[in-house]
Design a binder for this molecule. Structure first.
Ligand code: NAP
Ligand code: GLV
Length: 329
């Protein structure tokens, strides 16, 4: 019997592939850049399993062309690059990697928040440029965390992990989410629910942790910045397109807000022509929220486990469209 065929769209870190090799012929894209769309479109016509990354556009055309595809396994928690409805319509389960990256991403969020609040990146550049001449009373002043208000938008796994970090720094915590959480959870976490406009106008730091969808696309717009404090700092480690970046630029140059720290941009990578790159009060990192050795290894293994389950026609351990199983019942 011929083996199943699998395509993995990039080299995976520290992952156990033996079990996969037992049941499938595996081809891995080994270049640093993702496979071009035309290559992916061609590949999916011949495969049973696809392990992809958030840099791959898995759209309706691609899913419809993948006649023998049994599983799409994404090595990421976010899956806005995949047309899940198209996959569900074809009965193809889609896997993701929730949970294992929650702490790493919350840590990075906290690092960015602190770096922006205390101007760490600007200060480091200042020293290396030879500008440190003396201790000055007004040099590189930032904002206190203690006593400030943190507004968390999207109170899922990562949003809640950020709230746990904030408690150790004595911040008041407001959150806004699609669904208000139970009062027991609010109380135990020491957080208060606020409507979006209230959160924006009362927070000193606003951090984004919602998933990207048609509902959250440009959730943060000109209007949001008008509501925010002129001393506020925006942190985005969710998805770039949740923020209207031109509106953010306008808000930063007109001092509607004080700064921003972004791990995600729209598009990615950021264009070197982006006006945001010219501003000192913006920190930008290259989508490294989950980038720790341990976390990436766990994500890769989880994605491989989802892939193997899909190839064996077993329920994926982490599936985003469980409806595909209901269709079979
Ligand atoms: P999660 O547990 O599913 O949390 C996502 C939250 O988004 C949910 O709590 C949901 O609210 C909220 N949400 C959805 N639609 C909303 C809306 N219209 N308005 C307000 N809130 C809305 O996912 P997670 O594991 O925390 O990950 C969150 C996101 O972070 C991912 O989707 C991904 O895009 C991003 N991420 C980025 C990195 C990175 O490297 N920078 C790493 C990991 C994840 P309810 O709970 O109220 O329904
Ligand atoms: C990273 O951005 C993820 O969604 O896992």
């Amino acid at each position: 019997m011929s083996k199943l065929k699998v395509f993995i769209t990039r080299r995976l870190p520290q992952v156990e592939l033996e079990q996969l090799h037992e049941i499938a012929e595996v081809e891995t894209w080994t270049e640093r850049q993702p496979p071009p769309y035309s290559v992916l479109l061609d590949k999916v016509k011949q495969i049973d399993g696809l392990l992809c990354l958030l840099t791959d556009s898995i759209d309706k055309q691609l899913i419809e062309a993948a006649k023998s595809l049994k599983v799409i396994s994404q090595m990421a928690v976010g899956y806005d690059n995949i047309d899940v409805a198209a996959a569900t319509a074809r009965g193809i389960p889609v896997g993701n990697t929730p949970g294992v990256l929650t702490n790493a991403t919350a840590d990075l969020t906290w690092a960015l928040l602190m770096a922006a609040a205390r101007k760490i990146v600007e200060a480091e550049k200042f020293v290396k440029a030879g500008q440190w001449k003396t201790w000055e009373p007004t040099l590189l002043l930032g904002a206190d965390l203690s006593g400030s208000t943190l507004g968390i938008i999207g109170f899922g796994r990562i949003g809640q992990a950020v709230a746990r970090r904030a408690r150790g720094f004595d911040l008041k915590i407001l959150y806004y989410s699609k669904h208000r959480k139970e009062s027991e959870l609010e109380q135990s976490m020491g957080v208060e629910y606020a409507e979006l406009d209230t959160l924006l106008s009362e927070s000193d730091f606003v951090t984004l942790h919602a998933s990207l969808s048609t509902e959250t696309y440009h959730l943060i717009s000109d209007r949001s910045f008008q509501l925010m404090k002129s001393s506020a700092i925006l942190i985005n480690t969710a998805r770039g397109a949740i923020v209207d970046e031109l509106a953010l630029y306008r808000a930063l140059i007109t001092n509607q807000i004080a700064g921003a720290a972004l791990d995600v941009t729209d598009p990615e990578p950021i264009s070197m022509d982006s006006l945001l790159l010219k501003l000192d009060n913006v920190i930008i990192t290259p989508h490294i929220g989950s980038a720790s050795y341990q976390t990436r290894a766990k994500m890769a293994q989880m994605a491989v486990n989802n892939l193997i389950a899909g190839l064996k026609a077993e329920k994926l351990p982490n599936c985003v469209n469980n409806e595909v199983y209901e269709q079979l019942e």
